[in-house]
Design a protein. Structure first.
Length: 176
């Protein structure tokens, strides 16, 4: 895997390193040892998929509060998404900064998201599927979020919002 350090502290874009031949190619998308060599936590305890039928669907910005913070490894397996991470760690040098990247079936990139980072995405195609691997089990009492359009962060989304949950619309303004 090829690791690209992002502008958000501790976050990486992971690019599969292809080994190609006449059959196609082979590439590793996860390796505990490669994460550990870079000082990243390789623990994964749960995997989920998110299917989004309509282009323009927004999910996020979600995170889990301590003591159940979670690391995520996110990949788009069908279609494409504009994936956004937002640093909510008050002691981080990139506190309140965000980063967006396109993840797609075609580019096969993954996003390594450290603890304390809110995560969300917008589907860029109909019938998009997102695959998540997490370091922590889901704890409903620790589930948190910030609004996708909170003026404190000025996140730019590439498309008009077609669908968003009532829960995601109801998150209050960010109050540090």
């Amino acid at each position: 895997m090829i690791f690209h350090q992002l502008d958000i502290a501790g976050a990486f874009l992971l690019e599969p390193q292809r080994v190609e031949d006449a059959r196609g190619f082979f590439a590793r998308t996860y390796c505990r040892h490669e994460l550990e060599e870079r000082g990243l936590d390789p623990t994964l305890v749960q995997c989920n998929i998110s299917v989004n039928h309509q282009k323009g669907t927004v999910r996020g910005m979600h995170y889990q509060a301590p003591p159940h913070e979670e690391i995520k490894l996110v990949r788009c397996t069908q279609g494409a998404i504009h994936d956004v991470i937002l640093d909510l760690r008050p002691d981080s040098p990139t506190y309140r900064q965000h980063f967006g990247v396109e993840l797609s079936k075609d580019n096969r990139l993954s996003l390594y998201i450290p603890n304390g980072i809110a995560h969300g995405f917008q589907s860029l195609a109909d019938d998009t599927e997102v695959f998540y691997q997490m370091s922590e089990f889901y704890h409903p009492d620790s589930a948190r979020g910030v609004r996708w359009n909170d003026p404190a962060f000025t996140i730019t989304w590439p498309l008009p919002v077609a669908i968003i949950s009532d829960r995601d619309l109801a998150f209050p303004d960010f109050n540090p």
